[in-house]
Write a protein that binds this ligand. Structure first.
Ligand SMILES: [Ca+2]
Ligand SMILES: [Zn+2]
Length: 188
């Protein structure tokens, strides 16, 4: 589903992403490679909430490797396709109450990813990108599972924060700010 990309200068060694010296990291390339990491770790099913999380984790990692702007895909011929800080700029929801129920796009995986994307923007703002990236990677590789939903992801990120020495309160707050409470469920 997400192949046909250049693996020459960046690869996953079974534990982490490895980038060659001076390799100009494209956010979309990192996004696609991160799908491979997710497939082999969290295994998030590519539909509905877990699919939106799968998409969002890839956007988070893509942004971390191309942190100079908050848009995704601005180097594509079609231009930017998403904005981590302002999901609404590309017709994505930013809060849980705006969760889109649809049967297209595997249950709106490229739409509802805006919610956790904005959560991650909150997290970068509050604890800094380095810590946010550690939390994100730890959650992806240790706590998220194939059926994880948004509330599970909140719990996963909070648990990951404890492991890497980040503020669990700040992590919970980043989710809470977008309406993802510990027990949130979508209307569909
Ligand atoms: Ca970008
Ligand atoms: Zn993707």
């Amino acid at each position: 589903m997400h192949y046909g990309i250049d693996y020459e200068n960046a690869f996953w060694d079974g534990t982490q992403m490895v980038y060659g010296d001076g390799f100009p990291v494209n956010d979309v390339t990192a996004h696609e490679l991160t799908h491979a990491v997710t497939e082999r770790t969290a295994g998030l099913e590519y539909a509905d909430q877990s699919g939106a999380l799968n998409e969002s984790i890839s956007d988070m990692a893509g942004w971390d490797l191309d942190p100079g702007d908050s848009t995704m895909g601005e180097d594509l011929s079609i231009g930017a396709i998403r904005d981590m800080e302002d999901p609404g700029a590309y017709d994505q929801p930013a809060t849980a109450s705006q969760y889109v129920c649809t049967s297209s796009d595997n249950g709106g995986v490229h739409t509802n990813s805006g919610i956790p994307n904005k959560v991650y923007a909150n997290l970068v703002d509050t604890i800094g990108r380095g810590a946010a990236a550690q939390v994100r990677y730890r959650a992806q590789t240790t706590y998220l599972t194939p059926q994880s939903g948004f509330a599970d992801a909140r719990a996963a990120f909070v648990a990951a924060a404890g492991d890497v020495g980040a503020s669990a309160t700040s992590v919970a707050g980043a989710w809470q700010a977008q309406g993802v409470t510990a027990t949130w469920q979508p209307p569909c």
